[in-house]
Design a protein around this ligand. Sequence first.
Ligand SMILES: C=CC1=C(C)c2cc3[nH]c(cc4nc(cc5[nH]c(cc1n2)c(C)c5CCC(=O)O)C(CCC(=O)O)=C4C)c(C)c3C=C
Ligand SMILES: [Fe+2]
Length: 437
Amino acid sequence: MADTTGTKTAGSPSGPSSEPSAAAPAGVSRRRLLGTAGAVGAGALVVGAGAGAAGAQAVGGRPDPLTSIGSTKYPFHGPRQAGIVQPAQAHAHLVAFDLAPGSGRKAAAALLRRWSATAADLMSGETPRDDDLGIALDAGPSALTVTFGFGHSFFDRTGLTDRRPAALEPLPSFSADALDPKRSDGDLWIQIGSDDALVAFHALRLLQRKAGETARLRWQMNGFNRTPGATSHPATGRNLMGQIDGTNNPKPSDAAFDKHVFVPDGRDAAAGPAEAWMAGGSYAVVRRIRMLLDSWDHLSLERQERIIGRRKSDGAPLSGGSETTPVDLQKVGPDGALAIAGDAHIRVASPASNRGAAMLRRPFSYHDGFRDDGAPDAGLLFVCWQADPMKGFVPVQRKLDRGDGLSRFLSHEASALFAVPGGCAEGEYVGQRLLEG
Ligand SMILES: C=CC1=C(C)c2cc3[nH]c(cc4nc(cc5[nH]c(cc1n2)c(C)c5CCC(=O)O)C(CCC(=O)O)=C4C)c(C)c3C=C
Ligand SMILES: [Fe+2]
């Protein structure tokens, strides 16, 4: 395997499975700033202007070192798949495949083996042996994550119906749904994220080629987030409505984080051995939510803030304080009205209003040009992660569907649910416990 980076990433310290590793460019110490930066606060790597400046220094004829954006890498192998707790990257491809007619369990297992090997190489910055594309030859791994999941239909196609988890039952329909079946569901799902657009596309193209005759592309969506280092200080990202989005996500340091997000190891005892293969895994709900931006942008700032329940400028809750101040849903203003309105998004979505239901949101924005009426075809590729969608997305979306002031400015256009198994050890592939168990 060739080293495509041209820098010494091999000697850089490797953290635990969810931790990034980054070779520090000459003269620049690696800075990892924890806080509100990044969607999930799982150790966002924040690089200031200094890294870029150091990246331009060539010392003694040696090639310029990568900035820490290029050299950030996450391990593919481990008990959990990457792409769940890591900060959402600047570029993403979400892609679903259907197994081709005649492709059953054996072909699916071979495909997952090929895909896992390719993902492991790419995430570590290696060029896969049979990669003649050259798309990302001069880039480092750039925080690449590749995450694999199985849809409801996968189990019937592979004769594994009796191994399908109960939690993968189709999502209920919601009154505001305007779903396009061609861009929904799918047998197999891949989430690709990277802080470099070429690295992300390279992974997409290689994985699509490796699907070969076994699986055919069903749908693909491209998303983005702010580039690390674009802000002068660590900051939670904004969505296309301009709001700071991601503040009140569960944090990996929360006592109940794993319980909300990951299927426990002991799941086989509770749910039966058929689902033991999901231990360490999670369920991803994917919704393409178009924002009705022309209507939204006409609202006054005050109305926009009332609808969300937070200030647009700094994300502070309307009950007072700063972005990270706990929300006070009981607070009443001098006029006797609730500081956070009855239909404010953060009230209706909060765990307090949903018997503790919680999920980890890890969305990407999208923009696919303009529609015939001139409106932007833009919004949120809403991806959320939970141990059980019936205790995460479903009750919250039910409530939002009925009483959220924001829902008038949204259109849910596509929907999917995937079982994302735990990670795999070196020499194994994702889903092996299901496909060979
Ligand atoms: C079913 C779950 C949710 C959907 C769908 C959803 C869509 C959606 N949300 C925003 C913007 C914001 N959401 C915010 C908070 C928030 N949203 C959800 C759930 C869904 N959102 C939850 C559980 C929360 C946290 C509530 C809490 O406990 O405080 C915020 C505020 C900042 C934050 O905490 O992240 C914004 C802004 C959009 C634009 C959108 C659909 C396009
Ligand atoms: Fe939300």
